[in-house]
Design a binder for this molecule. Structure first.
Ligand code: COA
Length: 261
């Protein structure tokens, strides 16, 4: 992964830790940062050694303090659509990533920062995290999927409240709303996010991938279509070695050794 200025990738066993690192601007997302996030996930997609991803921001103060306002202020209507689509495409690629993606959110997750966290499959926060969508106060709306994904996660009422007031919420409130799965101290954040990712990656990757596909496709389609798709995946999994291994291991009272096929 060469030619990256704002995104770092480190490996910890079979996990890739992706760090957005633009600390002087609280990791704000300009076009280049979003482009680099997209490239990194494209590379990780085909890397069979990677079983899961932790996405985080560099520094103590912010996960990501939003899209880069200094860049946005210059845009016209045509740029606006392009900028929004670029962010939506990259964040949707994260949501549709076939391996678990856990966001480790320390400090501010505002605007685009909350939107990228929403696209991750699981969110772990530190107690200094603050979540908010301040866009309306800047004369825009969340344009990287925030008006859609927040409502799907926490319900319409809470999403409308957060989007229209722009007021950030604290980590403990985010946990109550189901926006984050766990709140830990800043010092524990990365280890806790990795441990959470490993709770998923210890399972067979084919089943994990199928579960992600069924859940996210299910949100987008009618109940009938979603149930039919779920059944197809269920049938497909019955043909895998991983299913035989998982069930045999249970019956033999031992840990399963999944091969991913
Ligand atoms: N876009 C561009 N630059 C940003 C930014 C953003 N979203 N968020 C922070 N920065 C920059 C600041 O301009 C400042 O740069 P400078 O030192 O060159 O002047 C630097 O990051 C530090 O931010 P600062 O505002 O000085 O830190 P703070 O601790 O006083 O406040 C925040 C922190 C997060 C409350 C504040 O930076 C903020 O409100 N940011 C914008 C949040 C937002 O509206 N996001 C949605 C954008 S669509």
């Amino acid at each position: 992964m060469s030619d990256l200025n704002y995104v770092r990738v480190e490996w910890d066993g079979d996990l890739a830790v992706v760090t957005i690192d633009r600390q002087d601007k609280l990791n704000a997302l300009n076009g280049e940062v979003i482009d680099e996030i997209g490239k990194v996930f494209t590379d990780l997609l085909v890397d069979d050694d990677v079983r899961g991803v932790v996405l985080t921001g560099a520094g103590e103060k912010a996960f990501v303090a939003g899209a880069d306002i200094a860049e946005l202020v210059k845009m016209g209507a045509v740029d606006g659509v392009r900028v929004s689509r670029q962010g939506q495409d990259v964040f949707t690629a994260i949501e549709r990533f076939p391996k678990p993606v856990v966001a480790a959110v320390g400090g501010y997750a505002l605007g685009g920062g909350l939107e990228v966290a929403l696209a991750c499959h699981v969110r772990i926060a530190s107690d200094n995290a603050r979540f908010g969508l301040p866009e309306v106060g800047l004369g825009i709306i969340p344009g990287y999927g925030g008006t859609i994904r927040l409502a799907r996660l926490v319900g319409l009422g809470r999403a409308v409240e957060m989007t229209l007031t722009g007021d950030p919420i604290r980590a403990d409130r985010a946990e109550v709303l189901g926006l984050v799965s766990r709140v830990v101290s800043r010092a524990e954040l990365l280890d806790e996010a990795k441990a959470f990712a490993r709770r998923i990656t210890r399972h067979g990757p084919v089943a994990v991938r199928a579960a992600l596909e069924s859940i996210y496709r299910g949100v987008d389609t009618s109940l009938n279509e979603a149930l039919a798709f779920e059944s197809s995946l269920f049938g497909l999994l019955a043909s895998t070695e991983d299913m035989k291994e998982g069930m045999t291991a249970f019956l033999e009272r031992r840990d399963a050794e999944f091969k991913g096929r």
